[in-house]
Design a protein around this ligand. Structure first.
Ligand code: NAP
Length: 335
């Protein structure tokens, strides 16, 4: 794997980050990824040369961080770039999400579960409208001075809130966002276009979450009849286990984009998942490091194969433009 520069952090990371949201997460009565599978996935990712791992304080009720921490015990911590997040309190309901008290408590909890002295990146999981962002940034600035957090990032937020956070950090001389984490994939781009414009302008690294639309862009879901949301989901897949799958990931636009991805995959002797990830890695306006989720090491092996897929300009444009109909209008996302 060729490592890439993570925006202005100065960190060199693998071109794909490993997402660990489903570690310890229960859906439809099934633990999607248990401890042993989590460690197998982490081993496989590291064997491929992956060094960038994404987690959050609340994933699997803390099991995601705990299992990563256990796995890290016999590894060299310095070889890995660990990103976690805070927002929803795991500790107490008597504070606002990004209040000083909550941010401090959540970061201490994450460090404890991960068994590490520092987080490479701390993302704000959401934007807290009840706490002035400068207070949150001041708190994180202190954590940076204490060496507990190295870089700060922002996940889902309106573009203007991202801009406001950058401005407040600038005028107060606080540590500013250098990394972002929007939901972003080939069928979900207009929705975050303004946010991505800010990232391009400010040289912020973009680490898209759900880069395969939760598995939709792997092509394993089939449309049933003419309806957008009538989906045939393979047994045991996220679409079969969770009710929200169609709302979150399926759209009319998505089906058109998937057709284009499948066609390019056939030409390249690649899989749709690999082409969908290659399309993200080929973004040229900002560093783009997709956070891949995988339930099995076979899925992970397939997804990591995306680093070998190089799209021509025409193939990139065909996927990009599949979101439009003949009259130039964007298909409604319906999501
Ligand atoms: N900041 C946020 O608010 C936020 C939100 C969501 C996620 N995230 C981060 O982003 C990461 C990735 O999100 P995601 O899991 O939604 O990503 P995704 O890559 O869009 O979806 C991953 C899922 O697709 C299926 N899949 C993946 N590769 C496959 C393959 N090659 N063949 C067939 N199926 C395949 C698997 O589900 P099944 O096998 O179960 O179908 C897998 O769990 C998370 O782990 C987390 O770290 C962050």
């Amino acid at each position: 794997m060729e490592y890439v520069r993570l925006g202005e952090t100065g960190l060199q990371v693998s071109p794909l980050c490993l997402g660990t949201w489903r570690f310890g997460e229960e859906s439809g009565g099934v633990v999607e990824t248990d401890r042993e599978q989590a460690h197998e996935l982490l081993d496989a990712f590291a064997d491929h040369g992956g060094n960038f791992i994404d987690t959050a304080n609340g994933y699997g009720g803390g099991d995601s961080e705990r299992w990563i921490g256990e796995w890290l015990e016999d590894k060299d911590r310095e070889e890995f770039v660990i990103a976690s997040k805070c927002y929803w309190s795991q500790v107490s309901r008597f504070q606002e999400n990004l209040s000083r008290k909550n941010v401090r408590a959540e970061v201490e909890g994450s460090l404890d579960r991960l068994g590490t002295d520092y987080l490479d990146v701390l993302y704000l999981h959401r934007f807290d409208d009840d706490t002035p962002i400068e207070r949150t940034l001041r708190t994180i600035d202190d954590l940076v001075s204490e060496g507990k957090v190295h870089h700060v990032g922002l996940s889902t937020a309106d573009a203007w809130k991202l801009t406001k956070g950058l401005w407040k950090a600038d005028v107060n001389n606080y540590e500013a966002f250098t990394v972002t984490q929007p939901m972003f994939h080939a069928a979900y781009k207009e929705d975050v276009a303004d946010y991505l414009d800010v990232c391009a302008d400010q040289d912020l690294a973009v680490c898209p979450y759900s880069p395969l639309g939760g598995g939709f862009l792997t092509g394993k879901y089939e449309r049933v009849g003419d309806g957008t949301y009538d989906v045939e989901a393979p047994d045991g897949s996220r679409g079969a286990l969770t009710d929200v799958f169609e709302d979150w990931y399926v759209s009319e636009r998505g089906w058109h984009v998937l057709d284009a991805i499948r066609a390019v995959a056939d030409e390249e002797d690649a899989t749709p998942a690999q082409v969908a990830l290659a399309w993200l890695m080929a973004q040229d306006e900002f560093t783009c490091v997709p956070i891949v989720g995988a339930r099995t090491t076979d899925q992970l092996d397939e997804n990591v194969g995306a680093v070998e897929v190089e799209l021509s300009e025409t193939q990139f444009a065909r996927i990009d433009e599949a979101r439009y109909d003949e009259d130039g209008a964007v298909y409604e996302s319906d999501a």
